[in-house]
Ligand binder design. Structure first.
Ligand SMILES: *[C@@H]1O[C@H](CO)[C@@H](O)[C@H](O)[C@H]1NC(C)=O
Ligand SMILES: *[C@@H]1O[C@H](CO)[C@@H](O)[C@H](O)[C@H]1NC(C)=O
Ligand SMILES: *[C@@H]1O[C@H](CO)[C@@H](O)[C@H](O)[C@H]1NC(C)=O
Ligand SMILES: *[C@@H]1O[C@H](CO)[C@@H](O)[C@H](O)[C@H]1NC(C)=O
Length: 275
């Protein structure tokens, strides 16, 4: 039995949700067009997640896909004394490069002449996390773009099957992930996992699922706040075949999310005041 007050309350709620959706749409369009207009420089990935110990490309290029003269490139990192990389007159100039990047960075000269100044960072460390700024100036325009680099450790699991038990082993994970087993209808199954931490704080995972059915497919989801690895393993006879997909957190929903909460709160406040 809905009272009149409840009906009014729920209709207001619906109106609030619809209005806030349009306000968010408006703000996100306004912000995105502003950032595009001020710069010709873009990145195909502004929030990459690097795998510790491996190489990571920081993408940065001019959106005019033509050959460039007199390209000057500056790669900086927030709160760093010295530069990450500097390139001018057709050659790198690393006299002001910060020592933590010494010998670990490179641009691709054949790409630079087309306006692609993506930076290869080798053997990524935890301390490489942070905000990078790539600035380009050239005869055909310039600008800058910011890239937020995050670091994690992640590796695909390998599977074995014996005596009705399916086992998954993944050797490098950080931060410590959670592990879940699912069947084909996405029901959570009762697996058990053990985590072993090495001296560098990296976890290795061994997880088992008992009494599995031959010729069925099972999924394992290993995830932390940055990376999710979803593996599908199919048992045929005594063999297991599998494939793994990685998904990286975009972490770009938080500002929009808090904007949404602010708008919701202010609407509710207006609603209470007008009553
Ligand atoms: C820029 O160059 C790098 C290195 O050659 C390449 O991996 C990347 O795909 C290029 N990006 C674009 C947008 O062309
Ligand atoms: C196979 O599994 C069953 C129960 O799951 C257990 O009783 C048996 O000892 C196992 N055999 C081997 C060789 O591990
Ligand atoms: C998955 O598990 C649930 C619960 O244990 C079960 O009801 C369902 O039939 C299973 N699906 C498959 C495809 O085995
Ligand atoms: C999962 O396993 C635990 C311990 O092995 C057991 O106590 C529990 O009943 C199991 N749950 C299901 C749903 O099978």
């Amino acid at each position: 039995m809905a009272t009149l007050g409840q009906i009014i309350f729920y209709s207001m709620l619906v109106i609030i949700v619809i209005l806030s959706f349009f306000i968010i749409l408006f703000f996100s369009l306004a912000f995105s067009s502003k950032t595009h207009r001020s710069s010709n420089v873009i990145s195909s990935s502004t929030k990459p997640v690097a795998n510790l110990g491996e190489d990571q490309l920081l993408s940065c290029y001019l959106n005019t896909q033509t050959s460039q003269d007199k390209v000057t490139v500056t790669w900086k990192k927030t709160d760093l004394t010295g530069l990450v990389y500097f390139y001018q007159n057709g050659a790198p100039d690393l006299t002001n490069q910060a020592s933590q990047f010494s010998g670990r960075t490179q641009l691709f000269p054949e790409a630079v002449v087309t306006g692609n100044v993506s930076l290869l960072l080798r053997n990524v460390r935890r301390s490489d996390e942070g905000k990078y700024t790539c600035s380009i100036s050239s005869s055909k325009g310039g600008g800058e773009v910011s890239i937020q680099l995050r670091t994690a450790a992640f590796s695909a699991p390998t599977f074995t099957f014996s005596n009705g038990t399916l086992s998954a082993e993944a050797v490098r994970w950080f931060p410590k992930p959670s592990v879940s087993w699912l069947n084909q209808t996405e029901n959570i199954l009762n697996g058990s996992s053990t985590f072993t931490e090495n001296s560098e704080g990296i976890f290795s995972i061994f997880s088992t699922l008992l009494s599995v059915q031959v010729s069925d497919t099972y999924s394992v989801r290993i995830e932390n706040n940055l990376v999710m690895a979803l593996s599908e393993a199919t048992i045929s006879g005594s063999d297991v075949s599998w494939r793994t997909y990685f998904t990286f957190s975009a972490a770009s929903f938080r500002p929009v999310g808090s904007l949404y909460v602010i708008i919701m709160t202010s609407f509710l406040w207006i609603y209470y005041v007008t009553l």
